[in-house]
Design a protein around this ligand. Structure first.
Ligand code: NAP
Length: 532
């Protein structure tokens, strides 16, 4: 039987759970469809060794309930996946969310019925439901991808993708392991498993500018401090460009004497997290001279930490510092001093195929017991496009985005009335401490639904003009930023075969500006949207 709800939420991760909470609070009936066999989204799927926050735990947690903040105590400054998953279960149980979540229900089709003004949803396992509204809480990094090398399926050992990690622990002791990738995920895995492996070979295409995470347990004294300052931390995150606790020095780098600049880099390097990336000088994202100086500083650290100079040079990135998210590391570089760890530079010797016994490059055949793919995601648009979403006149989202994603404010697409995306294209997600952005998106979307209900409207839809203007504004928001150097990154959709290359997928105007635009649009009766 087809169930009917006010709202269907797709995904029970950080955004889906909060959406359900807010919808219930405002009296909407809602159902969540979740593909996994458990809740948690990113923190359900990415259970690989070493998976942990890159945001400080207390800045990432939900801010909506004081009681929740008071009762949950994080054990570490950057807590690990098992604790994060426990936290999300705690939230779901505390607010009795699970009764409205259907697990193991991957949504296959989302089709708009124009006559009834209802969305018809069907899952891969045949569940059906209708709803006035749909909220896609599918995550920006959830559609995982394997590389398209010949023979990926042929490997006879154990193949693992970081985003589909098994629940049972994998034993690396005495095993010969190959890992493809050197992004933030790979860095976390490599530094965690290397000491156990008999042999670990890292297949690196692009080295990354890693900075020390400096994780530590939270002491009782620090805990008291966080309890006292919880609201201040959230307020600070609201003010910063990226929604993190890191605030840059207001001066432009090159106006500061060199000795002082270098001392600051060292201080931020010692502080850890995203300090050096986000807490540096005010022009970190625009000044090439400043970025190059930080790169030189970090390259020096790599040369100090890696004994073999040839290996050190391979680990020093060639791209501009700050144009990708910096992996947070602990002993990552020292790992490459172990006799049991090797690095294959894929720019020198590309992989030619995966064989039944291992990985073949132009130069060698490497035999493995386990191959790990830490090869990332079809970012931002991936999960939305994997579903068959069809709006007015049966037009698919894929068709609508054939020249790159088009959105109004990153939350709606013209021709898809009452369908909303959280963390879809054209929001500040790249720079964002995700929960901070999730909360403001969800609050705006659910507030919009309440406005429609209270004012007797049935539908809301982005106008074509507003969508074009916002999409253009997102492209413009990247102008002058050094991230333009790095077209080969998920910010530009280069990891998505289905995307047009070179279309900037995010809004780079900053989290505070984004929040102000949201508020302004709502205050003007949802300007740029057609209400009927
Ligand atoms: P990623 O940054 O996209 O990295 C994927 C890696 O796989 C890159 O090194 C990439 O090389 C490599 N790769 C992809 N296809 C390949 C191929 N065919 N052959 C060889 N190498 C290939 O993905 P990720 O590491 O999973 O991280 C994605 C994002 O997730 C990060 O930017 C970060 O924001 C987030 N993340 C967050 C946390 C956290 O909060 N704690 C942890 C992990 C990840 P190229 O660079 O050359 O493409």
């Amino acid at each position: 039987m087809t169930q009917q709800y006010d709202v269907i939420v797709i995904g029970a991760g950080v955004s889906g759970l909060y959406s359900l909470y807010k919808l219930r609070e405002l009296g909407f009936s809602a159902k969540v469809f979740e593909a996994g066999t458990g809740i948690g989204g990113t923190w359900y799927w990415n259970r690989y060794p070493g998976a942990r926050f890159d945001s400080e735990s207390y800045s990432y947690q939900y801010s909506f309930s004081k009681e929740l903040i008071d009762e949950w105590k994080w054990s570490e400054h950057f807590s690990a996946q098992p604790e994060i998953e426990r936290y999300l279960h705690h939230v779901a149980d505390k607010f009795d969310l699970k009764r409205d979540i259907e697990l193991n229900a991957r949504v296959a089709t989302v089709v708009y019925n124009e006559t009834d003004k209802l969305w018809e949803i069907e899952t891969q396992n045949g569940l059906r439901a209708n709803a006035r509204f749909v909220m896609c809480a599918t995550g920006l990094l959830s559609a995982h991808q394997f590389p398209d090398y010949e023979g990926v399926e042929s490997f006879k050992g154990l193949s693992l993708h970081s985003a589909r990690w098994p629940k049972e622990p994998v034993d690396f002791k005495g095993k010969k392991v190959g890992i493809i990738g050197s992004g933030p995920t790979a860095v976390q895995i490599i530094q965690s498993i290397a000491p156990d492996c008999a042999q670990l070979t890292v297949f690196q295409r692009t080295a990354n500018w890693c900075t020390p995470l400096r994780n530590a347990s939270i002491t009782p004294q620090e805990q008291l401090e966080f309890d006292r300052k919880a609201q201040d931390i959230f307020d600070l995150c609201k003010r910063t460009w990226a929604g993190f606790i890191h605030e840059p020095d207001a001066r432009a780098a090159m106006t500061v004497p060199k000795a002082e600049r270098l001392a600051r880099y060292q201080e931020l390097y010692d502080r850890g997290g995203f300090s050096l990336w986000l807490g540096n000088f005010s022009d970190s994202f625009t000044s090439r001279e400043a970025a190059d100086e930080v790169a030189e500083f970090l390259a020096g650290k790599i040369r100090e930490r890696v004994k073999d100079p040839v290996m050190a040079e391979k680990l020093i990135p060639k791209h501009t510092f700050g144009t990708k998210r910096c992996p947070g590391e602990k002993n990552y570089y020292e790992i490459f001093n172990l006799d049991t760890v090797d690095l294959v530079d894929l720019r020198e010797t590309p992989i030619t195929k995966i064989t039944p016994t291992g990985i073949e490059t132009g130069a060698d055949l490497h035999d493995f017991d386990i191959i790990i793919y830490a090869t990332g995601f079809h970012s931002i648009t991936g999960e939305l496009l994997r579903m068959d979403i069809r709006g007015e006149n049966g037009k698919s989202l894929k068709e609508h985005w054939s020249d790159g994603p088009k959105t109004n404010l990153g939350v709606q697409f013209s021709g898809f009335p009452n369908l909303f995306a959280i963390m879809g294209p054209h929001n500040p997600a790249l720079f964002c401490n995700i929960t901070r952005c999730v909360e403001s998106n969800v609050e705006w979307i659910v507030g919009c639904m309440r406005y429609l209900r209270d004012n007797g409207f049935e539908t809301i839809e982005a106008t074509v003009e507003a969508e074009e203007a916002w999409t253009e504004r997102c492209y413009k928001s990247a102008e002058g930023l050094l991230i333009n150097d790095m077209q080969d990154s998920w910010f530009f959709g280069s990891t998505n075969p289905e995307n047009v290359r070179g279309r900037f997928l995010l809004f780079a105007g900053g989290v505070p500006a984004y929040r102000e635009i949201f508020a302004d649009v709502a205050a003007k009766g949802y300007e740029g949207f057609r209400l009927s």
